[in-house]
Design a binder for this molecule. Structure first.
Ligand SMILES: Cc1cc2nc3c(=O)[nH]c(=O)nc-3n(C[C@H](O)[C@H](O)[C@H](O)COP(=O)(O)OP(=O)(O)OC[C@H]3O[C@@H](n4cnc5c(N)ncnc54)[C@H](O)[C@@H]3O)c2cc1C
Length: 481
């Protein structure tokens, strides 16, 4: 097969896999000026929809690139959720513009990313399956099915759970498989529920019903009591009706079924996210139970973290430690998502009734306490994600920058060029046209805050710094050491 010649003949970076992670990453690289080629074995697009839940932190990241408002028009916000335990969680209490979980099919999110990638000049090659990878001190070479070879400075494997890139790098994918089959089916209903997100969790299993917005609904079922058919056996409409009848007590008048799937989910994480000039992101780096809707959100977070760092390495302006910070920041986030989704899975699907009851009671108690509600909300939404900081750093370093208004613009608007943003309480000299500088005093914030392109705080000072201090802080993040 001959690869179509793209806009970038010899790219700086090849991204393998044009799912949400790969698309987001390619956009980030292109925004920062890197030449990027995005390869995908699929010729059809978009991908089969799996994800529906877009959480608040992901909406903030998309807002920092001016994509959130459009995504909001494609989805339905859910502002209250009911975790097991009998209470509800008001997502409006989260300290964000986006106090919600947005229900939007993954295809809708991918479409927005795809349009942006096209606008930014990403060279997307479809029908290109990567089958081999070698690397040396100068770059990586990728072999595609059909005999073509692509050479680039760096490669990122965002090629999903069964990642070829990960396999070629010999990186272990450590974890286990869950036991309860998950049944998916896209259906028409004659008695559609009035709520956006219909979910029932009880001792019989979990049943969810989510609208595509065009009259079709996605049913997702974990049926603990049903005898499990072989994974290869097609899911029938009768089976879905039967499980809904048992778990929910109602089948919503399910009629036509256009697509279905039966599979087992896994919890696994790549031991490393980097090997030399190769990186892993998204499902290639971590997979979890779909309960909690975290996979795509975490992949988009990986892409935001890696994009500007890799672009800095391509430009030759990355300090020596910057590329390694991708793994040291994102591996713990993946680990924490795995732990939380595993706990959630055990909470609702454990075979031990006593354990299920105990966990449900614990969650019920936690969600009745303001602090417990806040922690669960921050964890679920991704708002609580923070990266390690060094001893002596200001308390804000590593945290997510709040979306305050500076000079009449929100910080997440100031971030849209993909540059560092410096916010100071009073004017300070800064001779760096590549940094966006806003002056505004906010009593709740330190007098100077340097925000990374991915909206996390790089450096902060409680008192107004002089020009030399600011220059040193900016240089630490943006000059080769
Ligand atoms: C039932 C279900 C519900 C879910 N719900 C949610 C949810 O509500 N919220 C959420 O955040 N997540 C959810 N997820 C998880 C989410 O769907 C995934 O985490 C997400 O799709 C991962 O995106 P990705 O880009 O990393 O990988 P993928 O979407 O898997 O994309 C990988 C891409 O790589 C390509 N590729 C693979 N191999 C090669 C190769 N060798 N060469 C070239 N291209 C290749 C594929 O064609 C594909 O396009 C759910 C998952 C399931 C199963």
């Amino acid at each position: 097969m001959q690869l179509p010649s793209g806009l970038v003949a010899t790219p700086d970076v090849v991204v393998v896999g044009a799912g949400p992670t790969g698309l987001m990453l390619a956009c980030e690289l292109a925004l920062a000026g890197s030449g990027v080629k995005l390869l995908d074995e699929r010729t059809d697009m978009p991908n089969i929809t799996r994800a529906f839940a877009v959480h608040a932190r992901t909406l903030e990241l998309l807002d920092a690139r001016d994509m959130a408002d459009e995504l909001l028009t494609r989805g339905v916000p859910v502002r209250e959720i009911a975790p097991p335990g009998g209470t509800t969680l008001d997502l409006g209490e989260l300290p964000t513009r986006f106090g919600m979980v947005l229900i939007v099919p993954q295809s809708g999110t991918e479409k927005i990313l795809q349009v942006r990638a096209d606008d930014l000049g990403v060279d997307i090659v479809r029908g290109a399956e990567v089958v081999g990878l070698t690397q040396d001190g100068d770059g990586v070479s990728l072999d595609c099915a059909g005999g073509d070879t692509v050479r680039a400075g760096y490669v990122v494997g965002s090629d999903g759970a069964h990642s070829t890139v990960r396999g070629q790098l010999g990186i272990d994918f450590v974890g286990k498989q869950y036991q309860t089959h998950i049944l998916l089916a896209d259906l028409q209903l004659t008695e559609a529920p009035s709520e956006t997100l219909t979910g029932v969790t009880n001792e019989k299993g979990v049943a969810l019903l989510i609208p595509f917005g065009d009259g079709w609904f996605r049913a997702i079922v974990w049926d603990r009591l049903r005898e499990q058919a072989p994974l290869s056996e097609p899911v029938t409409l009768g089976e879905i009706r039967d499980s809904f009848g048992r778990i929910v007590g109602h089948d919503y008048g399910m009629t036509e079924m256009r697509w279905s799937s039966r599979f087992l989910s896994e919890r696994r994480q790549a031991r490393h996210y980097r090997k030399g000039r190769a990186f892993l992101a998204g499902d290639a780096a971590h997979v979890h139970s779909p309960l909690g809707g975290q996979g795509m959100n975490t992949g988009i977070g990986d892409a935001m973290n890696l994009g500007w760092k890799l672009a800095a390495a391509v430009r030759g302006s990355a300090p020596s430690w910057l590329l390694d910070s991708y793994e040291s920041e994102r591996h713990p986030v993946g680990e924490s998502v795995l732990r939380a989704t595993d706990a959630f899975n055990q909470l609702v699907l454990s075979n031990s009734r006593a354990r299920r009851l105990l966990r449900t009671a614990l969650v019920g108690t936690a969600t009745r306490l303001p602090r417990g509600r806040r922690l669960i909300g921050e964890r679920l939404s991704g708002i609580g994600i923070a990266y390690p900081h060094q001893r002596g750093d200001d308390w804000m370093v590593g945290r997510r920058m709040p979306d305050i208004v500076c000079d009449g613009k929100r910080v997440y608007e100031l971030l849209r060029e993909g540059k560092f943003v410096l916010v100071t309480a009073a004017p300070v000299e800064l001779d760096r046209p590549d940094i966006v500088h806003a002056v505004d005093a906010h009593p709740e914030l330190p007098d100077a805050v340097l925000v990374r392109p991915d909206s996390y705080v790089a450096w902060a000072s409680e008192r107004l710094p002089d020009a030399a201090e600011v220059a040193a802080a900016v240089d630490r993040w943006t000059r080769v050491t």
